[in-house]
Write a protein that binds this ligand. Structure first.
Ligand SMILES: Cc1cc2nc3c(=O)[nH]c(=O)nc-3n(C[C@H](O)[C@H](O)[C@H](O)COP(=O)(O)OP(=O)(O)OC[C@H]3O[C@@H](n4cnc5c(N)ncnc54)[C@H](O)[C@@H]3O)c2cc1C
Length: 520
């Protein structure tokens, strides 16, 4: 899977693709996996890097969504809990069980949340992750040594799933490619083409590395651009009414001392009526999120001051050792592609269900949903797209399709466990060149061989690709990531044959982005 090969395939394909998918996030790549594994000819084009949008910026939970249960959206919860089970089955190297505790400070909280979480567990049926139970104050403290003790009565423990979002995305890209899909990063779609009947039949895209434009023709065009989907719809219909009410969510990352142990905290009702999590993730503590309606989505959103203040003040209510601004190692934000309900207002209440919309020009747009339900969304979308294109029906096979990297005992690979079945190949790279064995920074486990691997095997092209999405350095510790940038640039340059000026530009460009992850 190399970019030059993908580019050549994207540009030179004679005739029509069955599907062209615009957008290389969870939705688009999920569709590429589904379509290619059914045997449809599939091209996917992503304007930046795979996962550059929301799909690398989630809370990293594979979950049914306790909050949707509260809202009475039982069918969404059941569907997501089933998908949670399928994802753990198909990508066990990346999806794991995580114990959560809802701490209780009022007499009614433990029985109230205990009952709700029993229902949550029951709805998962045979896809369950573990039994929920009530905890005494002492047991709660054993699981959460840094929980605020003042007024603590006990808690309720339940189980959900956790994952590494951009790593799963890259594994899905590889899975789609293995089934014959062509997927190209750094290739924005800038215009759509029509046939004589006015039906959308292709795209104009640009290869950002050469600056050259190319065209590709398709039987159906799928717009899976998340929060950006209204922009693409306007390529087809300049007056198209917006479908999306974008909403920003921010997270803060701290060191492990704020959440020692392996248990996460779930706060079911913050002062703004939302759910908030504190989660152990890659040996750090991840706290979030917020829900702030915004006017226009940005590809590099920045956590707002009021979001940072809100997360810090909510965390301070529940943690004994309270995180301060100076403790923030990274602050990252993402944009939810929430589908409009029509009445505007509070985005926390908008549907998290996905929507498929077909414009009069035949452009199919899919938006909304969650990372957890990407597979089910893709199945739904490909069924509808195949009907629209009058293609032969082919059954969906992704329910039991192993995702690239699938390995039942990946924990044995230590810091390389997220690579699953790819880990031995990275170990061989290390053995072949010991200079790539040591971590590039003392604060993070990532070594040179992982950078080399990402460039050779995972279509990484820039310092940002390797430090933000192939490894998670930027999301875990932005300052460390900035300090790693020159070494990463050197390793990439060696693989891609770039010169010192390229390395300098890359370090500068990455540092500019990474500074936004460091609140002043
Ligand atoms: C703060 C936050 C926390 C979340 N937490 C969770 C969670 O814990 N669990 C969960 O299940 N879900 C979670 N979600 C939801 C989940 O992350 C999203 O539903 C999902 O990532 C959306 O994926 P997507 O592919 O639709 O959008 P994106 O990931 O944004 O992908 C769209 C892609 O389209 C590309 N694009 C746009 N225009 C063009 C163009 N013209 N040409 C080519 N490409 C283009 C963009 O560059 C982008 O990469 C969370 C969301 C947010 C915001």
């Amino acid at each position: 899977m190399t970019r030059p090969d993908m580019l050549q395939r994207a540009r030179s394909s004679r005739g029509q693709w069955d599907f062209i998918v615009i957008g290389g996030g969870a939705t688009g790549v999920g569709i590429a996996v589904d379509a290619a594994s059914r045997g449809y000819r599939t091209l996917l084009l992503e304007q930046g890097d795979f996962g550059k949008g929301t799909s690398s910026r989630s809370t990293k939970l594979v979950h049914g969504g306790v909050r949707y249960l509260e809202q009475g959206n039982i069918s969404l919860v059941m569907e997501a809990l089933k998908e949670r089970g399928l994802l753990r089955q198909n990508a066990p190297h990346l999806v794991s069980d995580l114990a959560f505790v809802v701490p209780s400070y009022a007499w009614w909280e433990a029985p109230f949340y205990g009952l709700g979480l029993k229902l949550y567990q029951a709805l998962s049926g045979k896809y369950g992750f573990g039994n929920s139970k009530l905890l005494s104050r002492k047991q709660t403290l054993q699981h959460l040594p840094n929980i605020e003790t003042d007024g603590l009565r006990g808690g309720v423990m339940y189980y959900d799933g956790q994952f590494d979002d951009s790593r799963l995305l890259i594994n899905l890209v590889t899975t789609a490619a293995a089934h014959g899909a062509t997927l190209l990063n750094y290739a924005p779609v800038t215009a759509l083409t029509r046939n004589r009947q006015g039906w959308i039949d292709g795209v104009v895209a640009t290869d950002l590395e050469s600056g050259k434009q190319f065209r590709a023709r398709t039987k159906v065009l799928i717009n899976a651009t998340g929060a950006f989907c209204d922009g693409v719809r306007r390529f087809a219909e300049p007056k198209a009414a917006p479908m999306i009410a974008p909403s920003q969510g921010a997270h803060l990352v701290f060191d492990r001392s704020f959440l020692p142990g392996d248990t996460a905290i779930m706060v079911p009702h913050t002062s703004d009526g939302r759910v908030m999590f504190a989660i152990p993730w890659h040996n750090h503590t991840l706290v979030g999120t917020t829900d702030t309606p915004i006017a226009n989505p940005s590809l590099e959103p920045v956590a707002m001051e009021r979001e940072i203040d809100f997360i810090l003040s909510t965390a301070a209510l529940y943690l004994h050792k309270k995180p301060a601004r100076a403790d923030i190692l990274s602050a990252f934000a993402g944009i939810r592609p929430l589908v409009k309900s029509g009445d505007g207002g509070n985005t926390a209440a908008l549907s998290r269900d996905h929507t498929i919309h077909i414009d009069q020009s035949g452009l199919l747009t899919i938006a909304g949903g969650k990372w957890t339900t990407y597979r089910n969304m893709a199945e739904d979308c490909v069924n509808q797209a195949a009907t629209l294109a009058q293609l032969d029906e082919k059954p969906c096979v992704t329910r039991d399709l192993p995702i690239h990297g699938h390995h039942p005992k990946a924990a044995r690979f230590g810091t390389l466990s997220v690579y699953g079945s790819d880990a031995p190949a990275i170990q061989r790279l290390i053995e072949a060149d010991r200079s790539q064995a040591a971590p590039l920074h003392p604060a993070l486990p990532y070594c040179g061989a992982e950078i080399t691997w990402a460039v050779r095997e995972e279509m990484a092209r820039t310092v940002e690709d390797v430090l933000a999405r192939r490894t998670r350095a930027l999301f875990l510790n932005a300052r460390a990531a900035i300090e790693m940038a020159p070494s990463a640039a050197g390793l990439i340059a060696r693989e891609l044959g770039k010169d010192a000026a390229w390395e300098r530009d890359q370090v500068e460009a990455f540092t500019r982005i990474a500074m936004n992850y460091l609140p002043q």
